[in-house]
Design a protein around this ligand. Structure first.
Ligand code: GLN
Length: 238
């Protein structure tokens, strides 16, 4: 079994240790004997989505998102097809916003991919701090850090989780992120996956199911990952 991870626009969208998410996915697959190849794509590189099992798009500043915006138009139909064919896509913060129809800044509008029926508006103050969710998708808590000016409105989409500490998608502080098919879009970074091994395994399972329905993921030791996760729960919820 071999899984190929595509890290898109790592030259522009790579805030807050987003690379750590790739490292966590790779590590938990390699421990199970799965071969992992990571391909990185700069803004001008050609991308063949047929070669990829997991696509990762990280966070970026408003300026960097504006730079990525034109390139997005060129990959829109291929990435949309990849998602509709159940391709696994993880989009964090700026990457999450870019999956929607648009991100409205004070005096500029960044066109998104429109893969998700969501939109984002920039407001003050920035929403910054630790965040904890309860996720029905994986039946456990998800912990992370958020830092965004954008408020995202997700219409009828299923959220990644209910906010139990922090802000989330917008000022109503109720839900965070979106899960659509095999897309996980979220404001959580820090990075997200090293502290959330159950979510990491969920993503790995989705990618593997696309290749081999009979492959079962064995349990591996998650002592340190869960310690980091539980520390945040203890610190902010108890
Ligand atoms: N620039 C976006 C915002 O401020 C996304 C920031 C990020 O990716 N952390 O909302």
């Amino acid at each position: 079994m071999k899984i190929v991870i595509g890290h898109l626009f790592n030259d522009l969208l790579n805030l807050y240790g987003d690379k750590g998410n790739i490292a966590a996915l790779k590590n938990r697959m390699e421990q199970r004997g799965i071969d992992v190849e990571v391909k990185t794509y700069g803004i001008n590189d050609d991308i063949n989505f047929d070669e990829l099992d997991i696509v990762f798009i990280g966070g970026g500043s408003d300026r960097e998102q504006l730079l990525v915006c034109n390139r997005l138009k060129e990959i829109k139909s291929d990435l949309t097809q990849y998602v509709e064919d159940n391709g696994v896509l993880i989009a964090v913060c700026g990457g999450y916003q870019l999956l929607g129809h648009y991100y409205q800044l004070e005096d500029e509008k960044i066109e998104g991919l429109g893969i998700l029926d969501i939109y984002t508006e920039q407001k003050n103050p920035r929403l910054i701090g630790n965040i904890i969710l309860e996720s029905d998708i994986i039946n456990t808590t998800v912990v992370g850090f958020e830092n965004h000016g954008g408020r995202t409105y997700i219409n009828n989409h299923t959220p990644l989780g209910k906010v139990v500490y922090g802000n989330g998608n917008n000022d109503s502080k109720d839900f965070e992120g979106v899960v659509y098919k095999n897309v996980i879009a979220t404001y959580l970074h820090g990075p997200l996956l090293p502290k959330n091994p159950i979510l990491t395994d969920y993503i790995i399972k989705c990618a593997i199911l696309n290749k081999d329905k009979d492959f079962s993921l064995c349990e591996i030791d998650s002592e340190y990952e869960l310690k980091a996760h539980n520390y945040i729960i203890e610190r902010f919820l108890k």
